[in-house]
Write a protein that binds this ligand. Sequence first.
Ligand SMILES: Cc1cc2nc3c(=O)[nH]c(=O)nc-3n(C[C@H](O)[C@H](O)[C@H](O)COP(=O)(O)O)c2cc1C
Length: 212
Amino acid sequence: MNRDLSQVRQDFLKMKLDEGQFIQHPVIHVKEWLNEAIKNNIQEPTAATLATVSEQNRPSSRVILIKHIDELSGFWFFTNYLSRKGKQLELNHFGSLNFFWPQLERQIRIEGKVEKLSPEQSDVYFNSRPKDSKISAIISEQSQFIKSRKILENKFQSLKSSNKTLIRPQHWGGYSLIPDMIEFWQGRAGRLHDRIVFEQNGNNWNKTRLAP
Ligand SMILES: Cc1cc2nc3c(=O)[nH]c(=O)nc-3n(C[C@H](O)[C@H](O)[C@H](O)COP(=O)(O)O)c2cc1C
């Protein structure tokens, strides 16, 4: 069936944003919105789309899970440093994150510089992961071509049955995106949405409203 996508749409009616409700550091408001997403049982509430840029200035994006947020050290995620995103971040340290929680009709856009976490911070998170996830991180050369799924499964089973200690590979670890721009978006009726944006200005954050 060839569906007419041009008429697929939903109106956003649930909530609104006032400048006055954003009185704290914008990262604190991100944490509040994320907590509301968790309380509302939204699937994968910590998932965000991470965009990076290649050497040829081509953007690419993929979903990652945010594992820690604070005002000083930003938004943490974990991945393979030799992956496509890892290679892009090596050359261009800027990235963006996008959370979309459809059930709350909310989006948050975040931009900033991405830095590697320390090996100690990466160890702490790696060691907290379930055994199978550790094995996958060790055996998967993320973003490389593989001949078949069977090869991956054989590597997985072989390490699993070896009972070797599962140590974090040096090429697997955390990054932190340190924000300099955070936009809170709330869907409104008839596409007349609310957008409140924070931009960093030295030690302060300027708050403004953007047209939808
Ligand atoms: C819900 C969800 C969460 C994901 N979380 C992560 C993550 O935290 N880290 C990661 O490396 N890949 C994660 N992935 C896989 C990535 O989207 C992506 O396929 C992978 O990182 C390779 O991307 P790259 O080739 O651009 O480096 C996740 C995918 C989904 C759909």
